[in-house]
Design a protein around this ligand. Structure first.
Ligand code: DGY
Length: 320
């Protein structure tokens, strides 16, 4: 019997088809609807590989249901949706998709920063509603990115790629990270700051840190109060890094100027989320890595990792 791979979303056939030659590939046939928990539990029970996406909660129950499970290939650089401890205990390899999405995610981060700073989505929707009546000196005015100070929280690969883009905008780049980055400091002039100092000095605060026990709720009411009244917060990492209730208050009371969010505590973000009622919030549906080339490259990395593990080789991009 061929080893079984269960794929939790419809993946592109150019990547999935070659797997069918060697493996019994089953796929949840929806690009948009998540696989129901009951189906996932049932499919995991005899699968040797699970190919998952960031919105699948792969907890201990799923991992323990997978009696034959050898690998979980997660289509993301982040893997906070997987119980890594449980995977370790049960000798299940977990892999992710770093590097291939770095530049694409940095592009989106910068696009969101510029869009939020210059209120592009507000201006566009006003035009479409027929509210653009005349050219007006202070209408739809925003904040300048050129020459401003950007503070990057989480200076990993994506953080550095964003920082290099910021240099092209003549920005001063501050960063906060677990470890100092002397090479990047020397090569590009990025400056390290403690978190509180970064929050006080930056015109744009960009969150790119992984979601862990240490970073959950990292930006709350106290941190938001340290930021400038004219500051813009950009989150392209994970929603749980920011206390959304505190962010709502800060934006409503104009303690900070605006926020651009590609991620939310609950995804898809419920339409009742009060943040969606504020004009000074630009929102996106978690599309950091969403270019055609990058999404295909992520799929190829996942597919290769599963082939490697199922054929007894060490995969690239093992996270534990
Ligand atoms: C990641 O790779 O972690 C992204 O957030 C999902 O596209």
């Amino acid at each position: 019997m061929k080893p079984k791979i269960f794929i939790t979303r419809m993946m592109d056939e150019q990547v999935a088809a070659p797997l069918r030659e060697k493996f019994d590939v089953r796929m949840w046939e929806s690009e948009t609807e998540p696989v129901p928990r009951t189906v996932l539990l049932k499919e995991a029970a005899d699968a040797e590989a699970l190919w998952t996406v960031i919105s699948d909660r792969i907890d201990r129950e799923i991992i323990e249901a997978g009696k034959k499970l050898r690998i979980i290939a997660n289509m993301a650089v982040g893997f906070n949706n997987i119980d890594i401890e449980a995977a370790k205990e049960h000798d299940v390899v977990v892999t992710n998709t770093p590097d291939v999405l770095t530049e694409t995610t940095a592009d989106l981060t910068f696009a969101l920063l510029l869009s939020t700073a210059r209120q592009l989505t507000v201006a566009e929707s006003e035009l479409r509603k027929g509210n653009w009546k005349s050219w007006s000196p202070m209408q739809y005015t925003g904040m300048d990115a050129g020459g401003a100070t950007i503070g990057i929280v989480g200076m990993g690969r994506i953080g550095e790629a964003v920082a290099r883009r910021a240099k092209g905008f003549n920005m001063t780049v501050l960063y906060h990270n677990r470890n100092r980055k002397p090479d990047a400091e020397a090569a590009y002039g990025f400056e390290y700051r403690e978190l509180d100092d970064l929050l006080k000095e930056a015109d744009f605060v960009v969150l790119l840190t992984p979601y862990t026990k240490e970073t959950a709720g990292l930006i709350g009411a106290r941190e938001l109060a340290l930021m400038k009244k004219t500051a813009v917060l950009i989150n392209v990492s994970r929603g749980g890094i920011v206390d959304e209730a505190a962010l709502y208050n800060a934006l409503k009371d104009h303690t900070i100027w605006a926020a651009g969010l590609d991620v939310f505590e609950t995804e898809p973000v419920p339409l009742e989320n009060p943040l969606l009622t504020l004009p000074n919030v630009t929102v996106l549906p978690h599309i950091g890595s969403a270019s055609i080339r990058t999404r295909l490259a992520m799929m190829k990395l996942n597919a290769q990792a599963m082939v490697d593990v199922l054929e007894g080789r060490e995969p690239e991009n093992r996270v534990e």
